[in-house]
Write a protein that binds this ligand. Structure first.
Ligand SMILES: C[S@@+](CC[C@H](N)C(=O)[O-])C[C@H]1O[C@@H](n2cnc3c(N)ncnc32)[C@H](O)[C@@H]1O
Length: 488
């Protein structure tokens, strides 16, 4: 059973009756807001026994296209709708969408019952399994997964200390310290704020929606941003907490509802017929399980097909025998950089039966491998053509890729079969955080190893095809070379 829904007073699991009552109070509050409509065909349900917290289910059959609920824009917990917007406008304007919503949520949370969103906060979790909260020992279970580098805890801590704490300290009237603190001064208070800010940051990451201006018409999925809580420039869209819309769990295969952003309201509609008793699912996108874990703190096998393995530029350069991967000292890398096709890392998706090498190994990766295998005279010719190399995947490129993938596999201390055995011994739904997290870590690292292994098998098969083609071509006097070369 998930321990996310704890009674803040007793720190013990909220009992089912209290859980039900909080759901009921939340819905009563929500429906009391102007412009909010909730279909009587849906209800909130307790899914803690399957590790999924609260969820939304159909109480009766629902047709495709039916409105499940609509939430007026004024009910969204956002910078726009909070009084803090008028009280501290200048401070809020200085912050990016993540930090400004974080500050607003801290403000509203500290107001307790005086906040318009008090009944909403009561049903939101205060504990998370997102990677931000894992101990070093728990993170170690992820082994060589690159997701560890993306957690961004240090950057988030710094942003909170440097940007949020000074505003909170300077405005004690707006941000009343909790009872156990006299003021926001000192390290104990700073740590308490850090904890509160991380709670809000994690809620934004796993619950918030990008809120489009009414005139934009693209539908939005929930977006957890990039590394840490902070985001790239392109992800500067205002964010908001949309009550009820964020109580839908997600499932890559069973997605049956979507949030449509209309002029004055956001409407959740059924995108498929939904049968009585069925859970109503959103979709968080095609996320590898490592990302699902980082942003949402859970994994399910339904996201297995999106697993990836990542090779860094450095790992590929090493496999190609280069001394380093410093662009300034490597003319081949420089050339790719000039054409804007050099990356720090390359993502390799989990191969499916219908995939060709072309689907799994990107054109940018193949261009890198191609240039790395060019002889000095080929490279000079390439430079004088002033064109990026045509991506190839023949034996020379395959060899580098195989070497890089084999080396990568050695960074994971356990094998696929060992992980399968470990997984078989771990409880499916664990009450304690450490076994729950261990299970998820093993699922993630196992998925990456399976992806590595499948990519290697695919390369092996491709190499056989390339070799056979060469032999056939040689015995035919080279005539079939262009016509039958395996596609890359
Ligand atoms: C947007 S909220 C959904 C509502 C959430 N279940 C709750 O009780 O507040 C996202 C969180 O729900 C949980 N979740 C979503 N989909 C899930 C699933 N298919 N299985 C288990 N947990 C899920 C994860 O903890 C995730 O961070």
């Amino acid at each position: 059973m998930s321990s996310h829904f704890l009674d803040p007073e007793t720190n013990s699991l909220v009992d089912p009756q209290t859980f039900e009552r909080e759901s009921h109070d939340f819905l009563t509050w929500l429906k009391s807001n102007p412009g909010v409509h909730v279909s009587p065909k849906i209800s909130l349900t307790d899914l803690r026994s399957s590790g999924a917290g609260r969820g939304v289910v159909a109480c009766t059959n629902i047709e495709e296209g039916e409105d499940l609920f609509s939430i007026s824009r004024t009910t969204i917990l956002s910078v726009q709708n909070s009084d803090l917007r008028t009280l501290l406008a200048a401070d809020l304007d200085e912050l990016d969408p993540w930090l400004s919503l974080m500050l607003v949520m801290i403000y509203e949370y500290l107001r307790g019952e005086s906040s318009k969103w008090a009944p909403y906060f009561k049903i939101l979790p205060s504990r998370f399994d997102t990677l931000m909260f894992w101990s070093p020992a728990e993170l170690q279970e992820l082994q060589a997964s690159p997701v560890i580098e993306k957690i961004g805890k240090q950057g988030a801590d710094e942003a909170i200390r440097n940007k949020i704490l000074p505003i909170v300290k300077a405005n004690p009237l707006q941000f009343q310290p909790p009872n156990y603190l006299e003021s926001w001064e000192g390290e104990v208070a700073a740590n308490a704020l850090l904890e509160l800010a991380h709670m809000m940051g994690s809620l934004i990451m796993a619950y918030a929606f990008d809120i489009e201006k009414p005139e934009d018409d693209d539908d939005q999925e929930e977006d957890g941003g990039d590394d840490g809580y902070m985001t790239d420039d392109e992800d500067q869209v205002p964010k908001g907490m949309v009550p009820l819309a964020d109580l839908l769990n997600a499932d890559a295969h069973r997605n049956n509802a979507r949030l449509f952003q209309e002029e004055g309201t956001l409407v959740m509609k059924a995108i498929k017929p939904i049968s009585q008793g069925e859970e109503i699912f959103n979709d968080y996108g095609d996320l590898p399980r490592a990302e699902l874990l980082r942003r949402y703190g859970y994994v399910t096998d339904n996201y297995k097909l999106f697993d990836v393995v990542e090779l860094s530029l450095k790992e590929i350069c090493q496999a190609a025998g280069l001394e380093d991967a410093v662009v300034e000292s490597q003319p081949k890398l420089q050339l790719l950089e000039e054409f804007d096709i050099l990356d720090d890392g390359y993502v390799i998706s989990r191969p499916a039966a219908e995939n060709s090498v072309h689907d799994i190994f990107s054109a940018e990766l193949l261009a890198l491998l191609t240039i790395l295998t060019q002889t000095p005279s080929e490279f000079n010719a390439q430079k004088s053509k002033n064109r990026p190399p045509k991506p190839r995947l023949e034996s020379a490129q395959v060899e580098i890729l195989q070497r890089a993938l084999w080396t990568k596999a050695t960074y994971y201390p356990t094998s696929i079969s060992e992980d399968e055995q470990i997984l078989a011994q771990l409880p499916y739904v664990a009450e304690d955080a450490s076994s729950r997290r261990k299970r998820m870590a093993v699922q993630v690292r196992l998925g990456e190893k399976e992806t590595l292994s499948a990519a290697l098998s695919m390369l092996e098969h491709h190499l056989t095809q390339v070799t056979e083609h060469r032999k056939r071509s040689a015995s035919n006097g080279g005539e079939t070379r262009q016509a039958k070369m395996p596609r890359v």
